[in-house]
Design a protein around this ligand. Structure first.
Ligand code: 2P0
Length: 346
């Protein structure tokens, strides 16, 4: 039996669109920040036993089907790399070839709303791959594990690392170079504070997978974004992270979130992930940043209405919380806030 815990990640340069649906190869690079594992994380326990007649999985206590191609890809790829395991004290020895015959039971819990646009699949699939790898004595490096997690859910490849992470889209058709790399570890740029305003914890109406498929097929803006905008934006974002340049970081983060949602609107039929509350949060931050003359807070929204707000330091985060609680009192609206410290939720 093995247990692992993996946090979710928040993209500051977004992944939206695949060039290969089966292998999950993206149309552009993306960059994210991985949260602290104490918050917004998946915890997964995997067990193996000769008495298990089949592979089974439970998510938040409810059994789910493992028949989907994505789970099967992850299981197959990890089993292929499994190594001999021996624990002399317990008298256990599992040979490499035995792993193919042994079935697994997987229990996974998210400590945050599932499928509400908070990247639950990223944490879940990364944790599944990582924990299966631990159980089966897989010795591959993190880059290789990220490419397996990618085949479970694209954004999952970035959750294999802490800190700031880049998913390189890669050029090869077999996906072997479409892996995540760590740009800076979790100790880098610890002034940043992330606040997540949960505008709604309901499951989203359009899944990311089907939404991005529609965007690839119908949005002219997506092609322009992937080919012309993102390549230079990624370079600038890497520089901003390296130099802890909050002004550039915030401007790039907000612009990229807005362009991702513009692509969603440019899709036929249009996809609406943000709602009126999301728009009001954007206005609040934009006005504040403008009045200060330099950005204090960056906002970014994934495939849902919830706001991810990145404050330049703790003092700014405290002010932001005050403003949020004043403008969106939790008792009146479906908005509760999680405060995040040191790139993790407080
Ligand atoms: C991201 N999102 O970069 C972007 C921004 C949502 C908006 O990655 O089909 O759940 O499993 O590869 O990874 C959500 O997409 O989609 C996502 P699949 P995934 O974080």
């Amino acid at each position: 039996m093995a247990t692992g815990r993996t946090p979710t990640n928040i993209a500051v340069i977004k992944y939206w669109g695949k060039r290969d649906e089966a292998l999950i190869l993206p149309v552009n690079d993306s960059i994210s920040v991985t949260l602290d594992p104490d918050h917004l994380s998946a915890t997964t326990t995997v067990a193996v036993s000769p008495s298990f007649p089949s592979d089974r999985m439970w998510l938040n206590g409810k059994e789910i089907s493992l028949s989907g191609g994505r789970f099967q890809s992850c299981l197959r790829e990890i089993r292929r790399r499994a190594r001999e395991f021996e624990d002399e004290k317990k008298g256990i020895k599992i040979k490499k070839e035995d792993w193919e015959k042994l079935h697994v039971h997987i229990a996974s819990y998210n400590n945050f709303p599932t499928a509400a646009g908070l990247a639950s699949s990223a944490a879940g699939l990364a944790c599944l791959v990582f924990t299966l790898g631990k159980l089966m004595n897989v010795k591959e490096d993190y880059g290789e594990l990220s490419s397996i997690a990618r085949q479970g859910s694209g954004s999952a490849c970035r959750s294999i690392y802490g800190g700031f992470v880049k998913w390189c889209m890669g050029k090869k058709d077999d996906g072997s170079d479409s892996i995540a790399v760590q740009l800076a570890d979790e100790t880098h740029w610890n002034d940043l504070v992330i606040i997540i305003a949960v505008v709604s914890s309901k499951q989203k109406e359009t899944s990311s997978t089907s939404g991005m498929r529609d965007s690839v097929e119908t949005s002219p803006l997506l092609q322009y974004r992937a080919q012309t905008v993102v390549p230079s934006r990624v370079l600038k974002m890497e520089e901003a992270i390296k130099n802890q340049d909050f002004e550039s970081f915030a401007k790039l983060t907000c612009a990229d979130s807005n362009q991702f949602h513009a692509v969603c609107l440019d899709t036929t039929p249009p996809i609406f992930y943000m709602n009126d509350t999301s728009h009001r949060i954007i206005s609040l931050v934009e006005k504040w940043n403008h009045s200060e003359g330099t950005p204090q807070v960056a906002y970014t929204f994934d495939a849902g209405p919830n706001a991810v707000l990145i404050a330049r330091n703790r003092k700014t985060a405290a002010l932001l919380l005050q403003k949020l609680l004043y403008c969106f009192p939790p008792q009146d609206r479906d908005l509760s806030s999680y405060l995040v410290g040191d790139k993790s939720i407080l």
